[in-house]
Design a binder for this molecule. Structure first.
Ligand code: SF4
Length: 709
């Protein structure tokens, strides 16, 4: 089109693919098209269904366009979709910033600055939007630090305990694999840019095996789906190692040269016979043996491990055990072999410069602030004291929907003495409890840069269009707040370009400059142990022993198990409460939403069909539940309403439902009404997939908030 231009942006949603996107902008500055960059070797010219329609989201009539405060007398609490604005009145940015700085200052003086709690995660994966000026602001304020554990810390700690650095098989190398295990990885659903490489490998004869309790889209098209019982992955991985060692299928050279603790491992896995593992996992003993043999003898073999495995009480041990498999068979040596959990360890930016933790020493505390675990927000808002949380500042997140133990979270958010600020793109479940709502930009409306956790490209994300309405970026917001607080440090005046330059001042960034990044837009990193594109082939391990560690002395020193073992989660069919709540619950991510993002968009709702609980026919029959009937799914923490879907997606004893917004769910609660604040064995992470429930048929009642058409 004459007069139009193209901008290069990066999808900043919490997805391993970090797609390169070309945005067409017309003469009037309106974005008219988004498309995957055809020149990017991982994006390969296409986008997922979620983002292919991204302009519907950017220009949605529901976007928040100006700051608002709660009207006098308007109570906090859930509002029906489309009516949220009734509780708020428009204010200017000046007023909003003044109110926030005044209230935070008052709360800090009266209760101590640690009574202020930031709450954010990966609603934007842009480096600056995720964590830069915001961290500076809260550090200088002396606010509580947030332990960002809700997604991946158990798996990250597990991988690092074995290999020292979070690197993995390059996605483009999957095309060379001959045996691919998707372990809790719905590649076809939510890692779609890996899928073409998997397909390429399969055309060359590779087998695809899916290990997942749910029959995902990937499982449906796999060569072999193994429906493991939830939370038992450690047992299966240990059983595979048992067979591989017993049958001498391991790589003697690699194990001798590059691993530590093999003899201890050999002894440790001896009890995990296929028969024993079968009892623990629900997988036939013959299948355990077959999987071990096929995996160990079909080189190159690669595992795509995803984060579902580690969101269980035993999840750290499970991830450790799975991560050890490629070291045992020497798969890292081969192009197309190895394992990918995350490639995020390649992107070691200068976070000290970006986040300035030293500013805590200049705060009124004059020391590092306390750390509050985001996976225990309900506890933080209802029980934590000395000091109690008096102000909550939410950005890049929707905790009323995504945090576990939701009823405790909501009780906390309802507190009249809690001052809550939410920086958001739309009204959400969380804005229903806000005192101040601030409009946020989407990734088309601000400049940032980004790494990835599913490939090795560093990318620039240009500002494609002007912010909608009065929407502002995280960097702008916290820079303004820092200045308005009259913090004397010049770092609160740093520009976006200066922040990018500071972040790139790190050895892992290979002397890449902002100017070079702006010119090339996408640069493949070559270092970080990835120089020969086989990260652990030659045994470069940043572990205490300098080798891949089957046995971890570091974990032993912390009082943790040095070798991964299977322990049934407290909330599992082997747990004490199983007689009251006999069904294991999988609160899954929706295929067409990104956590809670996109759930409010009609086009995405049509793709997703939310509001279903997947049941096994035997479990449904035992409760006289038929297809599409309304049921209540409940435990001691809460309940929700769903429609039964009995289609063979789950094994007996397991039920599954996907994350939605509360206000868009039948009955007004989502899956996190049922999940607990119990933490993982490693990494202090959330244990969404260790949840027991019961289900009963429900007489239909009037919906509290019917879904949008
Ligand atoms: S959500 Fe993932 S697959 Fe979709 S466009 Fe963004 S990065 Fe790509």
């Amino acid at each position: 089109m004459p007069g139009s231009r193209t901008a290069h942006v990066v999808c900043s949603h919490d997805c391993p693919d970090s797609c390169a996107i070309l945005v067409t902008i017309d003469e009037s500055g309106v974005a008219t098209r988004v498309q995957g960059d055809p020149d990017h070797s991982v994006t390969r010219g296409f986008l997922c269904g979620k983002v292919a329609k991204y302009l519907d989201r950017v220009y949605s009539p529901s976007r928040l366009l100006y700051p608002m405060r709660r009207r006098a007398g308007a109570p906090k609490g859930r509002m029906p979709p489309g009516r949220e604005a009734d509780a708020f009145e428009r204010i200017s940015w000046d007023e909003a910033l003044d109110i926030i700085t005044e209230r935070l200052g008052l709360i800090a003086r009266e209760h101590g600055p640690e009574s202020i709690l930031p709450y954010s995660y990966a609603g934007t994966m842009g480096v600056l939007g995720y964590g830069s000026m915001d961290r500076r602001f809260f550090h200088r304020l002396g606010a509580s630090q947030l332990d960002r554990t809700i997604c991946a810390t158990a798996g990250a700690d597990a991988f690092i305990s074995v290999y020292g650095t979070k690197l993995g098989t390059d996605p483009e190398h999957f095309r060379h694999a001959r045996y691919i295990i998707a372990w809790a990885a719905n590649i076809h659903g939510n890692n779609v840019h890996l899928w073409p490489f998997v397909e390429e490998a399969r055309h060359q004869g590779a087998r695809l095996v899916v290990i997942d309790p749910f029959r995902t889209r990937t499982a449906r098209v796999a060569d072999w789906h193994i429906p493991i019982q939830p939370g038992t992955d450690a047992a299966l991985a240990l059983g595979l190692m048992h067979v591989i060692i017993k049958e001498e299928l391991y790589d003697r050279d690699y194990v001798a040269q590059h691993t530590h603790g093999f003899e201890a491992l050999r002894e440790h896995v001896a009890p995990y016979t296929p028969e024993h593992v079968s009892c623990l996992t629900g997988i036939a003993a013959a299948d355990v043996t077959r999987l071990a043999r096929e995996y160990a003898t079909s080189a190159p073999a690669v595992i795509r491990l995803n984060y579902g495995v580690q969101r269980s009480q035993n999840g750290g041990a499970a991830a450790r055990a799975v991560c050890m498999l490629p070291a045992l068979i020497g798969a890292w040596k081969q192009l197309g072999g190895g394992l990918q959990l995350s490639t995020g360890g390649a992107f070691k930016f200068n976070t000290e410069a970006l986040e300035r933790p030293d500013l805590m020493l200049a705060s009124p505390l004059q020391r590092p602030a306390r750390i509050v675990n985001m996976s225990r927000l309900g506890h933080a808002l209802t029980e934590l004291d000395e000091p109690a949380v008096k102000a909550l500042f939410v950005y890049n997140s929707n905790p009323a929907a995504i945090a576990p133990n939701q009823n405790a979270v909501v009780r906390g958010l309802m507190r009249s003495d809690l001052f809550t600020v939410v920086h958001e793109q739309f009204f959400t479940d969380t804005t229903d409890y806000a005192d101040i709502v601030l409009p946020a930009t989407t990734f088309l409306e601000h400049k940032d840069f980004q790494g990835a956790y599913g490939h090795y490209f560093l990318q620039l994300s240009e500002q494609a269009i002007a912010p909608l309405g009065e929407a502002r970026s995280n960097v702008w917001l916290f820079s303004q707040l820092g200045q308005r607080m009259r913090f004397p440090e010049p770092c609160f005046h740093d520009s976006v370009d200066e922040l990018i330059e500071q972040a790139l001042e790190a050895p892992a960034m290979e002397d890449i400059t902002r100017q070079e990044l702006e010119a090339k837009r996408s640069i493949r990193l070559q270092s970080a142990g990835n120089g020969d594109l086989l990260p652990f082939a030659k045994g470069v391990f940043a572990t205490p022993s300098g080798k891949a560690e089957f046995y971890s002395s570091a974990l032993a020193a912390e009082g943790l198990e040095p070798l991964p073992a299977f322990h049934p989660p407290d909330e599992s069919r082997r747990g004490a409460d199983a007689h009251t709540f006999p069904l294991e619950f999988l609160p899954r991510k929706a295929d067409h939403y990104m956590n809670s993002t996109f759930a409010n968009l009609p086009g995405h709702q049509k793709m997703e069909s939310p509001g279903l609980v997947f049941m096994h026919a035997s479990d449904a029959a035992a409760r006289q539940i038929g297809e599409a009937e309304l049921v209540e799914i409940y435990n001691a923490r809460g309940k929700m309403q769903l429609r039964a879907r009995i289609d063979g997606s789950v094994p007996a004893g397991v039920v599954a439902a996907s994350l939605n917004w509360n206000k868009l769910s039948e009955g007004g609660n989502n899956v996190n009404a049922l999940t607990s604040e119990r933490l993982t064995d490693l990494g202090r992470g959330a244990t969404f997939y260790s949840t027991l429930v019961e289900v009963r048929k429900l007489t239909p009642t009037k919906n509290l908030f019917p879904p949008i058409d």
